[in-house]
Structures are given as structure tokens and as C-alpha cells.
Design a binder for this molecule. Structure first.
Ligand code: SF4
Length: 331
């Protein structure tokens, strides 16, 4: 991976933010795209916000992108483009938690800090037979304290990389115990607890939401708005949304369109009402239909809605839920 052995704190930070909640194979593409478009923190800080969101499109968890912009601007303006050099200072930057701060401090500045990521949790829980929940405050404290004690103070960066790699390559979710040098000492192996460690909390409840999007088209232009609410997909763009607590068919959707007077007085032509699309997020399941209406007259809409040409839709960052529909319908 290009970030292995990397010493530049900007690149380490970028890779760590991209890889949070993202598979390495998927994250790699985005990392390369970002490094080539924004080779240093000043270029990221000075880029147009919309262009950064466009580069992030499809990665999900858009609050990461929002924090990325805030931190890039902060480092560029207030630190002259140089990341602060200690764990405590790095942790004060927006969107950087203990894990990312430890990774930057250790890999870029060789600070004596243990990095505790998912791989490290798994290795420590199994070898030492720790049954504390890894997502509880107490559990995190226990694992951090142990990781700190085990850290090789002479080579913290090398040690951190080694234990993370060991978790990724040998002590994987389905581990390679036969080849493992720790098998004579590993509590989980000796006590048949490999698959019950580490212990995670209860599964999160998934909230179901129905998003019915209305694509209003007038003279080859579409009505869109930017999402500013404290909600999923913050800062991304969308068509006109009808959120409902149950499935809406054509009849309910058109009733709402008429009630909101979205189509103006002269009526419209219904191009299609799509089948149900869905997207699974970490805590929410989004389902809904897309209804495309061709208008005969430009309606009066609220001031946050604006019109963009069909061939310009590609310049705006939409949620994956909308993009999958645009691609399928070739809009
Ligand atoms: S023996 Fe198995 S479970 Fe224990 S550390 Fe090695 S790979 Fe992991």
C-alpha cells in the first residue's frame, strides 16, 4: 500500500481518514485520486469545496469529508501547512480521534504512542484473553493501557506497523493459528475462544427511511438543492425529496407533488415512476422511488432550489442512492 512506511503527515492523515469505515481496496483508489488532485495540504485547503466533495463521492460518511476540509484549511492557514508534531496537538484537529492522532504521531514523528485499530484490538483480545467490550469506554481504556505497555519505545513506528500487519495478515477474523508464533501462549487459541474474541457491543438498530425523489425537468434542466440539514449526506446535492414513513406508490407521490405545487399550474408529463431502490448505510436503510416529471412551465419553488442543466449533473456530488438511479436510467 502506498501509505506503508510513509513519513509525510499529510499523506498519513489522508489515508487514515479515507480508510475509516472503508475497505482497503476501495480506499486505495480514493487515496490515489486525492493525492494526485491535491498533492499537499495547501492545495487541498485552497480547492473548491464542491470539487473536494466530488472527489469524495461514493465513499460515504460525508462528515469525514467535511472535517477533512476544516482541518486542511486550519493546517494550511494556522500552521503554515505543517502538521503539528505531537499526539496532543494533532488530536485537537477536527475529525482526528485517538487512533488517527496516534498513527500520525507515531508514523510521521516516531512519537512513543501505541496505535490501537481494529486489528490491534483483535490481536490483544485473543493473545491476552481479554473479554472487555472493545466499543465500551472501559474496554478502550484497558486495551489502550495494554497497548501502551507493550509498545517498543525504541521503535514505536515499526512496532505499530508490525502489530497492525500481524492482525491483518495472520490473526485475521478467521486466523491462521497453525502458522502463528504465539499459539503456545495465546489465550484464545489455548481456550478455544478464537471466534468469541474480541467482544463487540450489541448490534445497532437499523432505522428504515423512505426517500421518494422527484426529478423535475424543465427545458433540459433539473431542480436540485443542497442538503444542509443535520442529517445523512450533509452538503451533498439531491432532487426534490418526499420523505415518508412507508412505501409511496405513484398515486401518493403525485398527490404530494400537487399539494406542494412543485409542478406549476400548467401540468406535466410523467416520464416514469421507478421501482424501489435501496442503499444500506451503517445505521439506516434508505429505500424509495424516483419519479421523473417533464414540466410545461417553470414553477415557483423555494429559494434553496436551483436549476442545473442535464449535462452539468455530473459536476455535482450526489449520494450513491441517487447516483445508482442516474446511471441506471441514463439521466
Ligand atoms: S494463535 Fe491464532 S488467535 Fe492466537 S494470536 Fe495467533 S493467529 Fe491469533
Amino acid at each position: 500500500m502506498p501509505w506503508k512506511g510513509e513519513k509525510d503527515p499529510y499523506k498519513i492523515w489522508l489515508s487514515e481518514i479515507i480508510l475509516q469505515q472503508t475497505r482497503v481496496e476501495q480506499g486505495l483508489k480514493y487515496y490515489e485520486k486525492f493525492i494526485s488532485a491535491f498533492p499537499d495540504v495547501h492545495q487541498l485547503a485552497n480547492a473548491h469545496e464542491q470539487s473536494i466533495y466530488k472527489h469524495w463521492e461514493g465513499l460515504g460518511y460525508y462528515s469525514r469529508c467535511k472535517n477533512l476540509i476544516v482541518t486542511a484549511r486550519n493546517v494550511s492557514e494556522n500552521f503554515n501547512g505543517k502538521f503539528p508534531g505531537t499526539y496532543d496537538e494533532i488530536k485537537k484537529l477536527k475529525g482526528i480521534g485517538p487512533y488517527t492522532a496516534a498513527a500520525i504521531a507515531s508514523f510521521a514523528f516516531n512519537e512513543n504512542r501505541a496505535v490501537v485499530d481494529g486489528n490491534v484490538f483483535r490481536v490483544l483480545a485473543r493473545i491476552f484473553g481479554i473479554g472487555d467490550r472493545i466499543d465500551s469506554t472501559e474496554g478502550k481504556k484497558t486495551f489502550s493501557a495494554l497497548a501502551g505497555k507493550l509498545l517498543d519505545a525504541k521503535n514505536p513506528a515499526l512496532y505499530n506497523q508490525a502489530i497492525m500487519d500481524f492482525g491483518a495478515i495472520v490473526c485475521k477474523p478467521v486466523p491462521m493459528c497453525k502458522q502463528c508464533p504465539f499459539k503456545q501462549k495465546c489465550e484464545a487459541f489455548l481456550n478455544d475462544k478464537i471466534f468469541s474474541l474480541p467482544v463487540k457491543g450489541k448490534r445497532v438498530l437499523i432505522k428504515k427511511r423512505w426517500f421518494n425523489y422527484v426529478l423535475l425537468e424543465y427545458k433540459q434542466k433539473f431542480a436540485v438543492r443542497q442538503r444542509h440539514e443535520k442529517d445523512i449526506w450533509h452538503n451533498l446535492f439531491e432532487f426534490l425529496l418526499l420523505e415518508s414513513n412507508k412505501e409511496f406508490g405513484k398515486k401518493e407521490i403525485l398527490k404530494e407533488v400537487n399539494k406542494k405545487n412543485w409542478a406549476g399550474a400548467n401540468g406535466y408529463e410523467i416520464e416514469y415512476v421507478s421501482p424501489v431502490f435501496s442503499q444500506q448505510l451503517s445505521h439506516q436503510l434508505i429505500k424509495g422511488r424516483f419519479t421523473k416529471l417533464k414540466l410545461y412551465q417553470k414553477p415557483e419553488l423555494s429559494s434553496d432550489i436551483f436549476w442545473i442543466r442535464k449535462n452539468e449533473l455530473k459536476n455535482y456530488a450526489f449520494p450513491m442512492f441517487i447516483n445508482q438511479h442516474l446511471r441506471k436510467m441514463n439521466v
